[in-house]
Design a protein around this ligand. Structure first.
Ligand SMILES: Nc1ncnc2c1ncn2[C@@H]1O[C@H](COP(=O)(O)OP(=O)(O)OP(=O)(O)O)[C@@H](O)[C@H]1O
Length: 381
C-alpha cells in the first residue's frame, strides 16, 4: 500500500524546452492518498500516460520528485517500485497457460511453489478465471486476456499500487461494465491504491471515488464526481464533464459586470475582488441542468429565443440564443416543450464565475433581466 506524492513534477520530451507548451507535464504537485480508487481523466494528448509512466518508473521526469509513502523513488527502477501497471493492450505470454502467466511475477521473485499455487488460485477465483487456468493464453478472448493482465498485478502481496492505462479500450462494450465492477470489487477487497486512466467520464465516475481532471499537462481539479459536476474549478472541467457540458459566456468587467445589454449584479466586495485580480477575462458558467426555463412570462428572467429542442428519450435539450450566443438547458421529460420567445433564469447558487479560466468563489452573484438602461434609470432615481 502506498501514498503517492508528486512534488513539483514536470516533464518535457524536448531536449531544450523553453515554453510551457514544450512540456507534456507542466509543473504540478499532487497526492494520491493510500488505498484510494482514483481516476485520471482527460482528453487525448493531455499527458495521462506520461504521468503514469513517471509514477511506475518507465519514464524519468525532467524535474521534480515522485515519493512513495514519503520516500523518494526517482532513482528506483520500475521493478523496484512494487507498482503494477495494466496497459490498454493485454500483456500476456501467449505460449504460457493462464496459470503460468499468473504465477510468473511470483516465481520471478522466488516465491515457493505452494504459496504460488494458493495465490494464483485466489486471484483466479476473484477474476473468474479458475476454469481457464490450464488453457494457453493464446486462445483467450480480449477481455479474458486483460483479466490475466490484471491478475498478474494482483498476485504480488507487496504491490503498493496498480496503475491502469485505459484498460478497457479493447473490451467489448457489454463486457466493460462487468470488468469495471470487478475492478471496484478488487479495490474494496485489497485496499490497494489504484489510479485508473481514461478519457471517458462515465468510466471515471463509476470506478473512482475521486477524479483528477487533466488538461494541457496539469491537473486542473481533483474531486468527487459530484464536485466536478456541481463546482467545476476550471472552465475545462465544466466543458469536459457533463453531457452536454457547461454553458459559458464571456462577460465584460469594467465598472460593473455586463454581458451585452445585461448587467450582472454582484456585491461591491465581489466586484472589487474581481477587479483586483487584474484580468478582464471574466467567464460566466452555468450547467444546462441548472438553467431554469419558465413556463410563462417572468419579469425577472431573460427573454431568449428558442433555436431547437433535441429529444433524447428520457429528457430533452433545449438550445436557445442568449444575447446572440447559443446556450443549452435540460428539460425534464414532463416539461412543456417551448418555442419562440421564452424566459430563462440562472439560479445564483449554480452560476459560476471564472477569471482566466479558474473558478472564483463568489458570494452574491445574481443574473437577472435588468438591462444597462434599466439599471441607469434605477440608479438615477
Ligand atoms: N515518446 C514521446 N516523444 C515525444 N512526445 C511524446 C512522447 N509520448 C508522448 N508525447 C507527447 O506528450 C503529450 C502527452 O502525451 P500522453 O501520451 O502522455 O497523453 P495522453 O493523455 O496519455 O494521451 P492518449 O489518451 O492519446 O494516450 C502529447 O503531446 C504527446 O504527443
Amino acid at each position: 500500500m502506498a501514498e503517492i506524492t508528486l512534488n513539483a513534477l514536470a516533464h518535457s520530451y524536448a531536449d531544450h524546452p523553453s515554453k510551457p507548451e514544450d512540456y507534456a507535464i507542466r509543473e504540478m504537485s499532487h497526492v494520491w492518498e493510500q488505498g484510494g480508487a482514483f481516476a485520471l481523466l482527460g482528453p487525448s494528448g493531455c499527458g495521462k500516460s506520461t504521468l503514469l509512466n513517471i509514477i511506475s518508473g518507465l519514464l524519468k521526469p525532467s524535474n521534480g520528485e515522485v515519493l512513495f509513502d514519503g520516500k523518494r523513488v526517482n532513482e528506483l527502477k520500475p521493478e523496484e517500485r512494487n507498482i503494477a501497471q495494466v496497459f490498454q493492450f493485454p500483456v500476456v505470454y501467449d505460449t504460457m497457460t493462464v496459470y503460468d502467466n499468473l504465477a510468473f511475477p511470483l516465481r520471478n521473485i522466488g516465491v515457493p511453489e505452494h504459496k504460488v499455487k494458493s495465490k494464483v488460485h485466489e486471484v483466479a477465483e476473484i477474476l473468474e478465471l479458475s476454469d481457464q487456468l490450464k488453457r494457453k493464453a493464446k486462445g483467450l478472448s480480449a477481455d479474458q486476456k486483460q483479466k490475466v493482465s490484471m491478475g498478474r498485478g494482483l498476485v504480488r502481496d507487496d504491490v503498493s499500487a496498480i496503475l491502469f492505462d485505459e484498460p478497457l479500450t479493447v473490451i467489448d462494450p457489454q463486457l466493460k461494465w462487468k470488468l469495471r465492477r470487478k475492478l471496484k470489487q478488487i479495490h474494496e477487497q485489497f485496499n490497494i491504491t489504484m489510479v485508473y486512466v481514461t478519457h471517458d467520464q462515465l468510466e471515471a465516475s463509476t470506478f473512482a471515488d475521486k477524479i483528477a481532471v487533466m488538461y494541457n499537462g496539469q491537473i486542473v481539479q481533483f474531486g468527487t464526481p459530484r464536485e466536478l459536476f456541481e463546482k467545476p474549478a476550471h472552465t475545462f472541467v465544466g466543458y469536459f464533464i457533463g453531457s452536454p457540458g457547461m454553458n459559458f459566456f464571456e462577460a465584460q468587467l469594467d465598472e460593473q459586470i455586463t454581458f451585452g445589454e445585461h448587467v450582472i449584479t454582484t456585491s461591491d466586495d465581489m466586484l472589487a475582488r474581481l477587479k483586483s485580480m487584474g484580468s478582464k477575462k471574466v467567464t460566466i458558467g452555468i450547467r444546462p441542468e441548472f438553467v431554469h426555463v419558465w413556463d410563462g412570462k417572468n419579469d425577472d428572467a431573460y427573454q431568449v429565443e428558442v433555436d431547437y429542442v433535441e429529444d433524447l428519450g428520457t429528457y430533452k435539450i433545449l438550445s436557445f440564443f442568449f444575447n446572440g450566443q447559443l446556450m443549452k438547458a435540460r428539460l425534464s421529460e414532463d416539461q412543456q416543450v417551448p418555442s419562440g420567445q421564452i424566459y430563462v433564469s440562472f439560479p445564483e447558487q449554480w452560476t459560476k464565475v471564472y477569471v482566466d479560466e479558474y473558478l472564483v468563489d463568489t458570494d452574491s452573484l445574481t443574473l437577472h433581466s435588468q438591462t444597462k438602461d434599466a439599471q441607469e434609470a434605477h440608479n438615477a432615481n
